[in-house]
Structure formats: C-alpha cells, structure tokens
Unconditional design. Structure first.
Length: 71
C-alpha cells in the first residue's frame, strides 16, 4: 500500500514542511475569500430580484464601481 500525503510531507526537510504548510494556509484563505464573494454576489442578485420583481435569469451583476453595484 502507498504512503499517505501526510507521511510524504513528514519525510521532507523541516524547511519544506514549513513552506508547504504556509502555502496550504494561503490557498485555504483564498478559497474562503472566493466562497465568501460568491455568496455575497448570490445574495445581491436575490435582493435585486426581489426589489425589482424580476425573474432569476433577468439579473446579471456586472461589477461594483465606487461601492455601487452595476446590474
């Protein structure tokens, strides 16, 4: 049976282990930020639909400029 990823990482020098751990933390933080932004965008679309009485496919968010949302 093959070795697990954790076992492979433990075989690496300490410096490499620290670099791997720090990079993993960076990637986790980026993913959490991406998920948070996606959720905010979905909530913004929902609020816009409810406010304007539109169907789901009629709302497109183009972006934000100076804290204003372009719909």
């Amino acid at each position: 049976m093959g070795k697990s990823l954790r076992e492979k990482i433990k075989e690496q020098p300490i410096e490499s282990q620290v670099q791997i751990e720090s990079r993993a933390q960076e990637l986790i933080a980026q993913e959490l930020t991406r998920q948070k932004l996606l959720l905010e965008k979905q909530q913004l679309k929902l609020r816009a639909r409810k406010r304007k009485g539109l169907k789901q496919r009629e709302v497109v968010i183009f972006g934000k400029i100076n804290h204003r949302t372009l719909i």
